[in-house]
Design a protein around this ligand. Structure first.
Ligand code: XIL
Length: 339
């Protein structure tokens, strides 16, 4: 940034404090601590002035909540809907934010032509093409990707998906290798839910699965714990830390990829206190385990939240309320970041 522009920037910041990238938001503290503090954004967020000021003031990483998913990015085989992705990537660059991609291999939000895949050759060709197209287009601009999402079922077995059925169990070897070839500098992540606590059936199965991938030389760099949590269930810090460490022992990073902490409706003071506790504890763990690379929230405002639709009877999972005011969980994070 040239000198004149930075002067204008400082002037503008002193007028509208909350609107500045390094103003009074969470981001300044996160940057100071070297924490990747991220947020999932919707396509409209990068065009709406209020959202813009929040996103760039609080976070140093953005991930598209839906925009890069297969059915949105490529709803029919011969049409790529690049415009929203391009806008997000440009926004991230403009505001010096890191960008994450989400997600290639998944069993949800796929268009019909993906769900209809039958033969191994056709499935490999399409999956490789998808990964290569996206990662080549954004090479050097999207720093990390969820290459695959939710591949382990709740009972710990490999989930029955179109990819498993059409390609066979080596589909992840193929996906991660295609990704590494397309952009060797990108961080490649395997993401899942209910994989955060050592000792739980799914988490242990996920770990064994990843250990096998790593031992076989599949190019994976990190695992993602989604962490869609419930306020009334306190974080099991011991099981979380020991799980993070065993991935560290494999040489892998861990990212908290989709944090939200849902509260049972109606919200009460007690429930909000529980929620604050969960948020604060997660951040403490992220800041003190050396192989935790990211703390990413799945949205920032209760106004546009996936929670009420997917968890009936729950809501209020985010750090801004429906009026876009900062909630107590926001201040818990801010206080802990400032320590
Ligand atoms: C959710 C989005 O937030 C919703 O808007 C959409 O309707 C469904 O998907 N795990 C994931 C995310 O990996 O992609 C999901 O996002 C939430 C659960």
């Amino acid at each position: 940034m040239n000198y004149a522009r930075s002067l204008i920037g400082i002037f503008a910041c002193s007028i509208v404090l909350a609107g500045c990238g390094n103003g009074s938001g969470l981001r300044k503290e996160a940057d100071r601590k070297g924490l990747v503090l991220g947020v999932a954004v919707q396509a409209g967020d990068v065009f709406d002035p209020k959202s813009i000021s929040l996103v760039k003031g609080d976070f140093n990483l953005m991930v598209p909540e839906n925009t890069m998913k297969w059915s949105v990015l490529r709803p029919i085989k011969d049409f790529w809907n690049w415009s929203d992705m391009d806008s997000m990537v440009a926004f991230a660059e403009r505001h010096n934010m890191r960008m994450k991609g989400h997600a290639f291999v998944w069993h949800q939000q796929n268009p019909p032509y993906v769900n209809a895949l039958k033969t191994r050759d056709a499935a490999i060709a399409l999956l490789t093409e998808q990964i290569t197209e996206v990662m080549t287009r954004y090479k050097g601009r999207i720093a990390e990707y969820d290459i695959a999402n939710e591949v382990i079922a709740d009972d710990g077995t490999l989930r029955e998906t179109v990819w498993l059925k059409a390609i066979g169990p080596d589909y992840l070897d193929i996906a991660f290798s295609a990704a590494r070839a397309a952009d060797p500098a990108a961080i490649l992540v395997l993401n899942d839910y209910s994989n955060e606590y050592e000792g739980e059936v799914k988490a242990d199965a996920f770990y064994e699965f990843v250990r096998d991938l790593k031992e076989r030389g599949v190019p994976i760099d990190a695992v993602g714990f989604q962490l869609h949590l419930e306020a009334k269930r306190p974080v099991d810090v011991k099981a979380l830390r020991s799980n993070i460490r065993r991935f560290g022992d494999l040489g892998l990073g861990v990212s908290f990829t989709e944090i939200d902490v849902r509260v049972q409706i109606p919200s009460t003071e007690e429930r909000v206190r529980e929620q604050d506790e969960v948020y604060g504890t997660l951040l403490d763990v992220a800041l003190t385990e050396p192989n935790v690379r990211g703390f990413i929230m799945w949205g920032y405002t209760d106004l546009r939240s996936w929670i009420p639709q997917f968890f009936s009877g729950y809501g209020y999972g985010h750090i801004y309320d429906r009026q876009m005011n900062r909630k107590s969980s926001y201040f818990v994070l801010k206080e802990r970041l400032a320590r």
